[in-house]
Design a protein around this ligand. Structure first.
Ligand SMILES: [Zn+2]
Ligand SMILES: [Zn+2]
Length: 337
């Protein structure tokens, strides 16, 4: 089914020699930056992604629940105290364990939808290249022992300076409703832009070999792989929240951004295209766009929001023609090293 060598020929969704399942090929990116402009398609894409129980809506749901029920008061965070730091750590730790744990148990331990809509044919690996010799335990370790503490450190830094009024903040929806809403869109596109450049940086030979390689040991990814990164990569990855030191933000914006970075990574690495509930395609899960990055390395550094990969010639649309092109590109990159 995927023995097509012409990118103009669309492949239907289904199975191929390389994948257990892939979405309809070629995969596309958001039409927001298409030229000539396609305002109708762009608006439909922007609004469409907000009307399903799928990222980014679940990031917003986690942000609202965390802020209204579990977050320390701003006045409390004006002075450094391990108690509120511990509270934030517990919220972060808990949300990762709940989401990654539930997805992993459902998809991999209880095999709730067996192989249906799973991208890769392989199971999670036992291999000496992983810490503890097992992919799952390795991924859990790096996510919880490095990811959550560094994510918490960035969160504490932001809320400490925001609570003290050292960065511009927003009181709430009523004071500037337009900016309040717009900011969620700004964050989505900023996250995509920041991730692309940080990701390109850590694909430079020295950083790849010593830092980013840890994440790339996962070729066949699962929910816990999303945050399984080297501590240096975690510091880079979360640095995107520096935007809130410049643009006026409400705590819900910052939490939305942080959950998008964390829960977004867990879901996009799920390894399954969608979650099936009672055999119906219910929730968008893994990103085939990023799954291709894990298999072919030197492609799809960014995400679907901003087509930076297309502009810089590293877009893999899932077709065999693209695989050939990316392999040639990889040879060129390695010849230069
Ligand atoms: Zn990478
Ligand atoms: Zn990844």
């Amino acid at each position: 089914m995927s023995h097509v060598s012409n990118t103009s020929v669309e492949e239907p969704a289904g199975q191929s020699r390389e994948w257990n399942f892939h979405p309809k090929l070629p995969i596309d990116m958001s039409p927001v930056f298409d030229l000539p402009p396609k305002p109708k398609a762009a608006l439909a894409w922007l609004l469409g992604t907000w009307t399903k129980l799928t990222p980014p809506v679940n990031h917003l749901a986690f942000a609202l629940i965390a802020f209204f029920f579990f977050w320390p008061a701003m006045e409390t965070m004006q002075t450094f105290d391990w108690r509120w730091v511990g509270q934030i750590f517990a919220v972060n730790f808990g949300s990762v364990v709940i989401l990654a744990g539930a997805l992993h148990l459902y998809l991999y331990v209880f095999a709730g939808q067996k192989m249906r809509l799973k991208f890769d044919v392989r199971p999670m690996e036992k291999s000496s290249r992983f810490t503890f010799g097992h992919q799952t335990w390795d991924n859990i370790f790096w996510a919880l022992a490095s990811g959550v503490p560094i994510w918490t450190a960035w969160t504490v830094l932001y809320f400490y300076v925001a609570a003290n009024g050292w960065v511009p903040t927003l009181d709430g929806f009523s004071t500037s409703p337009v900016w309040f809403v717009l900011m969620f869109f700004v964050i989505r596109f900023w996250q995509s832009f920041h991730f692309y450049w940080i990701h390109r940086l850590i694909h430079m030979p020295w950083l790849f070999k010593n830092v980013h390689h840890l994440h790339h040991r996962n070729v066949n990814v699962g929910p816990w792989s999303g945050l399984a990164m080297h501590p240096i990569e975690h510091w880079f990855y979360y640095s995107g929240i520096l935007i809130h030191f410049v643009l006026p933000s409400h705590p819900v914006h910052v939490l939305f951004h942080l959950f998008a970075l964390n829960l977004g990574a867990i879901i996009s690495h799920a390894g399954f295209d969608k979650l099936l509930i009672r055999d119906a395609e219910a929730i968008k899960a893994g990103s085939f766009h990023h799954q291709l990055h894990h298999r072919y390395f030197e492609c799809n550094y960014g995400s679907e929001e901003i087509p930076l990969d297309r502009w810089f010639g590293s877009f893999h649309d899932g077709t065999q023609a693209a695989t050939k092109r990316i392999r040639a590109r990889k040879k060129l990159i390695f010849a230069r090293k």
